[in-house]
Design a protein around this ligand. Structure first.
Ligand code: NG6
Ligand code: CA
Length: 521
């Protein structure tokens, strides 16, 4: 059991200016003292570097996110820690690289809790600083004590309450994985006692039709690869499921449900500092936005899912405005990994791109060791504290949100907490453009890369050049070292490893030392 001492949360001004002369005052978090900013992480899923209008997208309009960018900083060299969801989220929420921990790859919907209750999480940090904390939306880091042992008809044996979240309303994994129900504070939301829930990733349940045998039942979306097991809401999923009844989600309502819950939480806690991790289902597959977003982009469902994501963001900033909280809320908007076009459903995403480039000018997509896998949009807004309409080209990584936000609220971390996270608060808040000297990126097959401001090194590995399932996505794998001079080869076309052996050596050395926990940025 973790103890919460409610000791921290100093004057944000002191933290922001870093002024040694300014006295840090302790705040009473239960009072209406508004100097601790609310912190809201808006985390999209599979949203690429080129997918937002304010990052150059032409075929989709994102007015609300454009507004955040106009009122804050748009980072152009920011990186997620991994090219898939679970390791990226694990790293961001624990401040520890996922590749240090076995069992942090893309999790099944019945995975046991991957972040262990005794680990110190970002939510623990905020809770200890006196914040009320919430996780809303996609979780994908396991629930319960053990893989496959959950009883979905009772309170789960371990859930987000054990990780520092006071409130949670989540999807266990992804929308394409069972169980297709929301979980509120460790229990299935809107539980239907008439339809007890069973979940398996091993064998089907007798009498439950499967997507692979019954394509005629896939009335909402058909699979392009995989996603042929349980059928829920006319969509094939990964994994087998029985029951759920009234608790089953309707994919077209997911954005509405999570946005409503997020706004409800904000309203309820408007008078004290809150931390909210708002992780959207958009724009992950199955892309099945609500009817009112259909046709809002010329790109079909994938574009419409971006519009729906932008709507959710708009609703939240509108709620903050109406409650008078905008000035006192730090918003960080980003994505868990790079984009993917065909990720398993016949949603015509590829065919309707119409020249749109989800990863912008970067090579590679989700799963990849190339930049497109992990370089993602990051927008930071905090009116009055973060300069408006700025671009930052500083090299930054989501791994540092933990230590930087701890620094913002004056939290002291327990020994061993967030071991890979470092304080770059000044960069995130636009006070300076200090680069991280290096950033480590993890591809889907665990290949690691090192980015510096000018270079990118991808360690050699013998994996295939394209992912082995479905669409043609470059993995970035090569059996020899790759070195790209990113400064003038952003698309990673020209492998210069043989030309610059000393740079290869230097970057390999960084990687070796980071692996050994023997190098700090
Ligand atoms: C893959 C799924 C893909 C997506 C991904 C996880 C298949 C064929 N593909 O295994 O659709 O769910 O896992 O995405 O099943 S992530 O963004 O959550 O990491
Ligand atoms: Ca993702």
């Amino acid at each position: 059991m973790k103890r919460y001492l409610f000791l921290t949360c100093f004057s944000s001004l002191a933290c922001v200016t870093g002024s040694a002369t300014q006295k840090s005052e302790k705040l009473n978090p239960d009072s209406a003292d508004r100097r601790c900013p609310n912190v809201l992480i808006i985390y999209a899923d599979d949203l690429g570097y080129g997918d937002l209008e304010c990052y150059g997208a032409k075929n989709v309009q994102t007015p609300h996110i454009n507004r955040l960018a106009a009122e804050g900083i748009r980072f152009r060299n920011a990186h997620a820690t991994a090219a898939t969801s679970t390791p990226s989220r694990y790293s961001m929420l624990t401040g520890e690289y996922a590749w240090r921990r076995p069992g942090t790859d893309v999790a099944a919907g019945n995975a046991g809790m991957i972040v262990r209750p005794e680990q110190y999480t970002l939510a623990d940090m905020f809770k200890n600083a006196g914040y009320v904390t919430a996780a809303i939306g996609k979780w994908h880091l396991g629930l319960g004590d053990k893989d496959g042992q959950q009883d979905w008809n009772a309170p789960l044996s371990a859930a987000l309450g054990d990780l520092g979240f006071d409130y949670s309303y989540i999807m266990a994994a992804t929308a394409d994985r069972v169980p297709c129900v929301f979980i509120e504070n460790g229990k299935v939301a809107d539980y239907d006692p008439e339809a007890p829930i069973e979940v398996s990733y091993r064998k089907p349940f007798e009498g439950e039709p499967l997507g692979k045998d019954h394509p005629e039942l896939l009335y909402n979306l058909k699979s392009s690869h995989g996603h042929d097991m349980a059928i829920v809401n006319g969509i094939g999923r990964i994994g087998y499921m029985k029951g759920g009844g009234k608790a089953l989600w309707k994919d077209e309502n997911i954005a509405d449900s999570i946005t409503t819950h997020a706004i409800g939480f904000i309203r309820e806690h408007k008078d004290r500092p809150f931390f909210m991790y708002f992780a959207t289902n958009d724009i992950h597959v199955p892309r099945f936005p609500h009817e009112r977003f259909r046709g809002k982009s010329p790109m079909g469902l994938r574009g419409d899912a971006i519009v729906q994501f932008d709507w959710s963001v708009g609703q939240i900033i509108d709620a903050l405005d109406k409650l008078g909280l905008a000035e006192n809320t730090l918003i960080i908007l980003s994505s868990d990994n790079g984009p993917v076009v065909d990720d398993g459903y016949q949603d015509r995403a590829e065919e309707l791109l119409n020249g749109h480039s989800p990863a912008g000018s970067l090579r590679g997509n989700k799963y990849s060791a190339f930049e497109g896998g992990t370089r993602i949009p990051v927008i930071v807004r905090w009116p009055g504290q973060v300069p408006p309409d700025r671009i930052s080209d500083a090299l930054v990584s989501q791994i540092d949100w933990f230590a930087s936000l701890a620094s913002l609220v004056g939290a002291e971390l327990p020994k061993g907490a967030a071991p890979d996270s470092f304080d770059y608060l000044g960069t995130w808040l636009g006070k300076n453009q200090t680069d991280r000297p290096w950033v480590i990126e993890q591809a889907a097959n665990h290949t690691l890369s090192v980015r510096t401001k000018d270079w990118k090194y991808i360690e050699p590995n013998d994996g295939p050049a394209l992912i082995t399932w479905g669409p043609k996505i470059e993995t970035g794998n090569l059996s020899t070292p790759q070195l790209y001079r990113i400064a003038d080869d952003v698309a990673e076309r020209d492998n210069t490893a043989l030309l610059y052996p000393d740079v290869v050596f230097e970057l390999q050395n960084i990687l070796r030392r980071v692996r050994m926990k023997n190098l700090k940025p």
